[in-house]
Write a protein that binds this ligand. Structure first.
Ligand code: THU
Length: 127
């Protein structure tokens, strides 16, 4: 699947973001090794610490569908250019990384940017 298509889907799902507290909407779209796509948005809570990021929402849907090998994650926020994943989400991506590499795709005025998860989280935690 084209990375631009993944970004387009992240844009669409960001419209469902529930972020009344931060007013920072995020959409994420996960591509798994078999070509399946899972989308998620952030959803917040009046008990702030319960907030779930868009990336982990999308990854949770992939895992619930039996998919554990993530080829790529596209992330979009209407509130920021090149919205990179937080540290917690990087570690969760690391858990479900693909042996052949996992790409993180962001977007902004200069077009899409692709970084490897390895670049964004060198030496992720392993048990
Ligand atoms: N957020 C995400 O959805 N993904 C990230 O990687 C960073 C932050 C959300 C959480 C919260 O709802 C809002 O953005 C502001 O932190």
């Amino acid at each position: 699947m084209e990375y631009q298509t993944l970004i387009d889907k992240a844009v669409e799902v960001s419209k469902h973001s529930y972020s009344p507290y931060s007013k920072f909407a995020v959409g994420a779209c996960v591509l798994t090794e078999d070509g399946s796509v899972y989308c998620g948005c952030n959803f917040e809570n009046s008990s702030f610490g319960l907030t779930i990021c868009a990336e982990r929402n999308a990854i949770g849907s992939a895992v619930a569908d039996g998919k554990r090998n993530i080829k790529a994650v596209a992330i979009y926020s209407p509130n920021a250019e090149y919205c990179y994943p937080c540290g917690a989400c990087r570690q969760v991506m690391y858990e479900f990384r693909s042996e052949s590499g996992t790409d993180i795709i962001t977007t902004g005025a200069d077009g899409i940017r692709v970084n490897s998860l390895e670049e964004l989280l060198p030496e992720g935690f392993n048990l």
